[in-house]
Design a protein around this ligand. Structure first.
Ligand SMILES: Nc1ncnc2c1ncn2[C@@H]1O[C@H](COP(=O)(O)OP(=O)(O)OP(=O)(O)O)[C@@H](O)[C@H]1O
Ligand SMILES: [Mg+2]
Length: 246
């Protein structure tokens, strides 16, 4: 097990920021998750992979309090947060860049950033965000709906950073973006990783994922069917890819 910045070693001492166990959830009568187990170590980049419709976004929705699980447990920093509402989860330090962006269309870039901001000493501020995302600085007075898809995605990431999360969750953040913009986002994620931020990624770009991730899990039909660290992923890559049908 690879761990960074910890004075103690061994699986028992594993410092997980989030632990999901035995999670069941669905929509109406349609059950989607059948006992998801997922641990997100502090200070690491974790990746959740899986084909379309396997339950990645549903897992994230349960984690963020957007969908109540029917069974199982979500622990954040050791505290049971199962079924807590989204604002409580956000206060507990989880920040989401949702699938499909969802910036506020009638608010300006600045207003979008401030709407959900949570100030922390030495943390992300509007000035720091504009420094990191010069495009957003140029567009600060534009309304959400006036931005390009790429600019909206940057705004969604910047807005999540303004909540100063302990765990940043990105659900398909590079989906449908031009290559240059994708590159900008991966570069930003590398910088955040270097700063020690814990990150959960859902993405389809295995090449980029394999450069940044420390932990991997594959979900299939609502169950985690494979998980491992970078060394496991490298050694078993063909096996992992067989789940993804690449
Ligand atoms: N709001 C909803 N109402 C009913 N069924 C839903 C809803 N959202 C998702 N589902 C269904 O739940 C299953 C899992 O969907 P989910 O969005 O979690 O998959 P995913 O792994 O994120 O897929 P993708 O890679 O396409 O984003 C799918 O069968 C999907 O059709
Ligand atoms: Mg999804």
């Amino acid at each position: 097990m690879r761990r960074r910045g910890s004075p103690i070693s061994g699986a028992a001492a594993m410092d997980n920021l989030v632990t999901i166990s035995g999670l069941h959830a669905g929509y109406g009568n349609a059950q989607v998750l059948f006992g998801v187990d997922l641990a997100l170590p502090r200070g690491q980049v974790s990746t959740l992979m899986g084909r379309n419709g396997m339950g990645k976004t549903t897992t994230i929705r349960c984690l963020m309090g957007l969908l109540p699980p029917t069974a199982g447990e979500v622990r954040i920093g050791g505290t049971d947060m199962t079924g807590a509402p989204p604002y409580t989860i956000a206060q507990a330090g989880l920040g989401l860049v949702p699938e499909g962006r969802h910036v506020f269309p009638s608010l300006s870039v600045s207003e979008n950033l401030r709407a959900t901001a949570r100030a922390v000493p030495g943390g992300w501020t509007e000035a720091r965000v504009f420094d990191a995302f010069p495009r957003l600085a140029q567009r600060r007075r534009n309304l959400g709906f006036q931005l390009s898809g790429g600019e909206q995605q940057m705004l969604a990431i910047a807005r999540a950073l303004m909540t100063n999360p302990d765990l940043l969750i990105l659900d398909e953040a590079t989906e449908g973006l031009a290559p240059l913009l994708r590159e900008e986002i991966w570069t930003m994620l590398f910088r955040l990783k270097q700063d020690g931020l814990s990150i959960l990624l859902v993405d389809k770009n295995l090449q980029e994922l394999s450069r940044i991730s420390d932990r991997y899990a594959v979900i299939e039909k609502g169950e985690i069917v494979w998980s491992g660290d970078s060394a496991d992923f490298d050694a078993q890559r063909a096996h992992v890819e067989s789940f993804l049908h690449l």
